[in-house]
Write a protein that binds this ligand. Sequence first.
Ligand code: NAD
Ligand code: TDX
Length: 339
Amino acid sequence: MTIIVTGGAGFIGSNFIYYQLREHPQDRIICLDSLTYAGNLSTLEPIMKERNFRFEKIDITDRKAVHQIFEEEEPQVVVNFAAESHVDRSIEDPEVFLRTNVLGTAVLMDACRKFGIKRYHQVSTDEVYGDLPLDRPDLFFTEETPIHTSSPYSASKASADLLVQAYHRTYDLPVTISRCSNNYGPYHFPEKLIPLMIANALQDKPLPVYGTGENVRDWLYVEDHCKAIDLIIREGTVGEIYNVGGHNEMANIDIVKLICKELGKPESLITYVTDRKGHDMRYAIDPTKIHNELGWLPQTKFEDGIKKTVQWYLEHRTWWETIISGEYQNYYEKMYGNR
Ligand code: NAD
Ligand code: TDX
């Protein structure tokens, strides 16, 4: 089977490629990635010369380039990870989120229609459901929860999901959608909570917690997400949406304190800063459907996953130090300088 993986030089896409090459070495993976600030070719370096792997620097909104790859490779499956993925950046500048996340999705699906495909899989997010209140721990997002978005990022992802469903209904495109909670693990770009706190703590820099730090996220080790997508593309039902999450809700402040503890750094590094605009309070996924239908269950407990992740950042300093030494400095100053 030939699988096109878009956004494979980013966090989850690269983990997915490594997972696929390990679990299904008979399959061929074609990675399309435009290498935005979030894409790192160094992440894929060890597999660049593998015979069943091909990398192409392509923007998913570039119709001609996308069609050419489909013509050459005749893929059976497309898994679309490519996206602008950071909520804070979407608040600063929404436009590129619409271009990549919405238009890019349409371009990929148009190519699937033109050349034929067994499955188009859209990697979506729990953020399309909006948020839940802190005082109702009994509430969870199910696949039936109405879409109700908060940020330009989540609105763009929800728009893409609606388009995917429209292409299924109108053109009978064989699609599936997964909506996952917050991921963590190796190759996570250090603009996101966990890797940012690890990198800052290792440099003895302030740890900027938004608002009161009480906001809750439902964390899942990245490999468990990869396994879920793998099951969905091979055994999932066409036209269906699958929620993915591990019932691991944690307040941001508790995560940051845990990272301090793991690294032996003082909690005095924690600095409360101005809250994110429109900040979602709580995300919590009900993964019953994927468990019952596909037998998926998360395998990595948070206590183990966070230890592995901290260890990975300690052992791969060059990876993240290279990232934060470049354009990231301007980003950091802009977002946190006067916060
Ligand atoms: P990321 O920002 O780490 O990586 C995104 C990748 O997409 C980068 O390699 C980037 O270069 C590439 N890309 C961006 N625009 C592109 C374009 N126009 N054409 C081609 N490539 C482009 O993101 P991530 O955290 O790995 O997220 C991957 C997907 O999973 C996204 O669709 C995101 O919405 C979704 N998701 C993420 C999480 C999470 O916790 N990170 C949770 C649920 C869903
Ligand atoms: O410096 C920070 N301080 C802070 O308190 C950062 C970067 C974040 N936060 C808070 C905001 C959130 O409540 O931590 C929480 C997690 O923030 P992010 O890592 O930015 O993730 P989130 O906004 O929850 O979105 C993530 O999960 C869903 C991904 O970035 C999305 O791509 C995915 O769809």
